[in-house]
Design a protein around this ligand. Structure first.
Ligand code: SAH
Length: 230
């Protein structure tokens, strides 16, 4: 899968994809991440990407022309499995189900807003969807793009070491997941400051372990995220 990111801060992405499973998947060629500098699609000497909002208001707005030019250069003819996503606090809330849907595409292009946001014509006439990572306002779409890419990337076949491992995780529906929280985990030492790991996990009885994990996952979900049990 190919992820494109359109940003005025390309250096921002030197960090987020340089570690762990995402880095390994990149190195192995399972996925590709291409960072595009929005200023490459400006025509003036100052490489202007923003302007004052019509009607007068605080701050600046990202202009539409460089963004349209960028997307139309990257994909001169857009296929249906090449999706443009505008990161925006006004978008649909990103969750595991959306990540599963997005991973079906061959390519995603994520547009990172800045300042007071992006000229609305990008949302209306260029983006396939507006996506928010939560009900709060970030200073830019870069962190949100990194969140979306990281989440979708680890669902791709061959990214996690064990093929099955994402099927058991929190929020994952279908497969083995029930859309609940993952079960709690323990590792050595079996006893720490008098707190013991559950005995049942140490006895090697796989039937009992599976039963314990299901009930522990339900219990934790009921305690912390009762909304998921609906
Ligand atoms: N004035 C806008 C906020 C602009 S924040 C409003 O109140 O709706 C600047 C940019 O940060 C946005 O264009 C968007 O790309 C990004 N951003 C901020 N919060 C976000 C969120 N919760 N999810 C995704 N992107 C976000």
């Amino acid at each position: 899968m190919i992820f494109h990111v359109l940003t005025i801060f390309p250096e921002f992405f030197e960090g987020p994809f340089a570690y762990g499973v995402v880095k390994r998947a990149k190195d192995a060629g399972v996925l590709e991440i291409r960072i595009h500098d929005l200023r490459n699609w400006t025509n003036d000497r100052h490489r202007t990407v923003d302007d004052r909002p019509f009607g007068g208001a605080e701050g600046m707005v990202l202009k539409c022309e460089p963004i349209f030019s960028a997307v139309e250069t990257i994909w001169p003819q857009r296929r249906t499995d090449q999706k443009v996503i505008l990161l925006s606090p006004q978008g649909r809330l990103f969750d595991q189900a959306m990540a599963n849907r997005l991973k079906q595409n061959a390519e995603l292009l994520l547009i990172c807003g800045r300042y007071e946001g992006v000229d609305e014509r990008v949302a209306e006439h260029l983006a396939d969807e507006e996506v928010s990572i939560g009900n709060y306002v970030l200073s830019g779409g870069e962190l949100a793009a990194a969140v979306v890419i990281d989440t979708v990337a680890r669902l791709l076949p061959g990214v996690l070491g064990n093929e099955a491992s994402s099927a058991f995780e929190s929020f994952q529906e279908g497969g083995h997941g029930e859309g609940l929280l993952d079960c709690p985990q323990w590792t050595r030492p079996a006893e720490f400051r008098g707190w013991k790991a559950p005995e049942v996990l140490l006895n090697g009885n796989h039937g009992e372990i599976a039963k314990f994990r299901r009930s522990a996952a339900r219990e934790k979900t009921a305690k912390l995220r009762p909304d998921l049990l609906e």
